[in-house]
Structure formats: C-alpha cells, structure tokens
Design a protein. Structure first.
Length: 147
C-alpha cells in the first residue's frame, strides 16, 4: 500500500510540474522562426538555435499553411490538442495526397525531406529534434522572413 501511495504521489507531482511548465511558457509570434504569420510558439526545453536537443510548442490557427520546406535535422511533430494537422511530402503543396494527425499521434520528418502542413481547425503541436533548427522553403518567395 505504501508503495502504491508513493507512486501515485510521484505521478501527481510530475503531472503538476508539467502543467506548471505549460502555464509558464512564454508564447511569441513564430514568424521570427520562419513560420508564416498567425502561428505562436514557445520553447519548452533546450535552445532550438543551438546544437543539442530541443522541444517547442506551436499553435496554428484554422486554415493555416506552412508551404513546402525542409529542416537540417529530423523533427518529430506531435499533435497536443483537439483538431487535426494535415501533412504531405514533396516540393508542391498537394492537399489530395496527405496524412492527418490528431491528438496524441506523431510523425517524424526526416532531415532534408521536403514537406508541408496545413490545418482546417486550430491545432497545437509539439516539435522535438536536435538543433540548430532551421526552415528552408522550397520556393524562397514563401519564406516570411524575406517579405
């Protein structure tokens, strides 16, 4: 019985810390990181601009699109809220050939692999990987940092 109470208390403390961490995150405009206008992001752990592991959260509004792009390292994208994130691979956005992720599911985007994402409803995601993180758009005109 004592062991069960200890495990339960530990689980509650871990859950409380996770909830407190989420509330303490500093949300900012994600366009500085290279995402199109409308997204918000927060760093959960690490520093995406430096070498080493990182975790960020992002909030995408309804009808949001990140055009075809790639990253220098693998990234794991996980949906953390209600709603769906649609994703596809390739140099051109093709909404007819996509996969869809809902809360709790994830996809790994390989380093250098061109891909895109879009939403129909608002959705929150978590991205983890090893930095430094960068976004390179297939079509440089799609890069919001150059507009």
């Amino acid at each position: 019985m004592r062991r069960f109470v200890l495990v339960t208390l530990s689980a509650l403390l871990a859950a409380s810390a996770t909830g407190a961490q989420a509330k303490a995150m500093k949300w900012m405009d994600a366009s500085g990181a290279g995402l199109p206008a409308g997204a918000k992001m927060a760093v959960v752990s690490g520093d995406p601009s430096k070498a080493g592991p990182f975790v960020i959260r992002a909030k995408f509004p309804a009808n949001y699109t990140v055009p075809p792009h790639h990253h220098p390292g693998d990234e794991v994208v996980r949906v953390t809220s209600a709603g769906a994130l649609s994703y596809g691979m390739g140099d051109k956005l093709d909404k007819a050939n996509v996969g869809s992720l809902t809360k709790g599911y994830h996809v790994t985007m390989g380093a250098g692999m061109n891909h895109y994402v879009f939403t129909t409803d608002p959705v929150d995601i978590q991205v983890s990987g090893n930095g430094p993180f960068a976004i390179t758009y297939v079509n440089p005109a799609d890069d919001p940092r150059k507009k």
